[in-house]
Write a protein of this length. Structure first.
Length: 401
């Protein structure tokens, strides 16, 4: 037997299968990095669909550059603009929420779910229902509907590939065959731009200051979440669902340099970490190539002498958002959806200048106390709960201003 021929690595680059992919939220920060990777590997992927929300010009440009079959703009009012930007290209244009869901339902081998917020929930679930391998950046969707999403993955034989840098790091070093030997997951957190600020100083933070993250370049919402550390709160819930571990086995630690992206500690004392530069193209590429690896031209970790790494505990008195995650996930299905929806309302209000920075987690905490969860067993229940929370949170906003 020809041993070499039987080994997967013996496949030449050109003999590799061409995979069909789609990108939801291609005009955002994760979306643009994904498009960038796809553009660098044109021979390996064909692009079925790209979706954006309002940036017609960028969406059309991306669709043309990648030769996508379909481009969808979420805002239905922008249909004509998209159609004219794509005229003569042969690329199909569509618009509106249902068209985004339809794009997600088209057959694909791999789909990037990078819409921000619970707006991504239905499209992400539509892709899962097709049995697609879904690269999940849209953490709000798994926070809101975790057990229902995982049941849908199971039912459709789909695969979830974590994109969030921490969860991708854990995914790379978590050995499912040794699940019983996992003592805990340790998520790293940079601490955001206000790590050393006093609680009192947080009251006057402006949106421009909050979106200026020291290590990562990201969309506005996740940048504010990183500054309040609500991002770590959402990530504790995300990790607990993705890796099927109780929240006591999911810890967070401050690591200001963002070199170690997260760790798994085993019961024998071994701690396995994944490291890299703070460049989302690495975790995205990991999911795009999975189960193999694909090359990136992104930043590389510079080990030529700079490397000093610090770790310290999270101060939950200054960043109470981190404690809210445990409260919500322990309370059960529905509570994480409330925490997430109230936070989305609070962050939008903060970015509009209608809520002070230090009140964001107060609004989320109030929602957890005020919303009547009721019986939650379907996706529609979660979507109704998300809407009810938004109404209550909008009302609370007035009292907090
Ligand atoms: P972003 O704001 O830069 O991009 C969001 C994308 O979603 C855009 O394409 C936008 O057009 C689209 N969108 C927004 N609202 C929509 C709606 N109602 N309907 C349809 N599409 C809509 O955000 P981002 O930073 O790229 O983050 C995307 C997701 O990935 C978030 O859930 C975030 O938490 C997660 N994530 C991001 C990073 C990062 O480095 N940026 C890291 C980890 C996880
Ligand atoms: Mg993260």
């Amino acid at each position: 037997m020809n041993r070499a021929a039987s080994q997967p690595e013996a496949k030449s680059e050109s003999a590799k299968d061409v995979r069909r992919v789609s990108v939801l939220g291609s005009t955002g920060s994760i979306g643009k990095s994904t498009v960038d990777l796809l553009a660098g590997h044109r021979d390996r992927f064909t692009v079925e669909a790209l979706t954006g929300h309002r940036n017609v010009q960028l969406l059309a440009e991306q669709a043309k550059a990648l030769g996508a079959k379909l481009a969808v703009i979420g805002d239905a009012a922008l249909y004509e603009e998209l159609k004219s930007a794509l005229s003569g290209t042969g690329i199909e244009a569509a618009a509106g929420t249902d068209a985004v869901i339809e794009a997600a339902s088209r057959p694909a081998d791999w789909l990037m779910a990078a819409i921000v917020g619970t707006a991504g929930l239905r499209p992400t679930l539509a892709a899962i229902a097709q049995g697609t391998a879904v690269a999940l950046a849209n953490k709000e969707s798994i926070v809101a509907a975790g057990p229902l999403m995982l049941a849908a993955v199971e039912a459709a034989g789909a695969t979830l590939l974590p994109v969030d840098s921490e969860h991708n790091a854990v995914f790379q070093v978590f050995d499912p065959a040794q699940r019983g030997g996992v003592a805990r997951i340790i998520l790293t957190a940079s601490g955001g731009p206000f790590l050393r600020k006093s609680r009192a100083a947080l009251a006057t933070i402006t949106p421009a200051e909050a979106v200026r993250h020291p290590n990562w370049s990201m969309g506005a919402k996740i940048s504010v979440d990183s500054a309040t550390m609500m991002n770590k709160s959402l990530e504790i819930i995300e990790a607990s669902y993705l890796f099927n571990l109780p929240d006591e086995k999911v810890d967070a630690v401050i690591h200001p340099q963002s070199v170690v992206h997260s760790m798994v500690e085993y019961i024998d004392g071994s701690v396995l970490a994944q490291m890299g530069a703070a460049d989302m193209r690495t975790p995205i590429a990991h999911t795009l190539g999975w189960p193999e690896r694909i090359a990136t031209t992104g930043q590389r970790l510079d080990l030529s002498g700079m490397l000093s790494m610090q770790f310290e505990p999270v101060d939950t008195a200054r960043f109470p958002a981190v404690a809210l995650a445990r409260q919500a996930v322990r309370a059960g299905l529905g509570y994480p959806a409330v925490l997430n929806a109230a936070n989305e309302v609070a962050v939008e209000a903060f970015l509009r200048g209608q809520l002070s920075f230090d009140k964001i987690e107060i609004l989320a905490e109030q929602a957890l106390q005020r919303v009547d969860i009721g019986r939650i067993s379907t996706l529609d229940d979660i979507i109704a709960l998300d809407a009810a929370t938004r109404t209550i949170a909008e009302n609370s906003l007035r009292t907090l201003q």
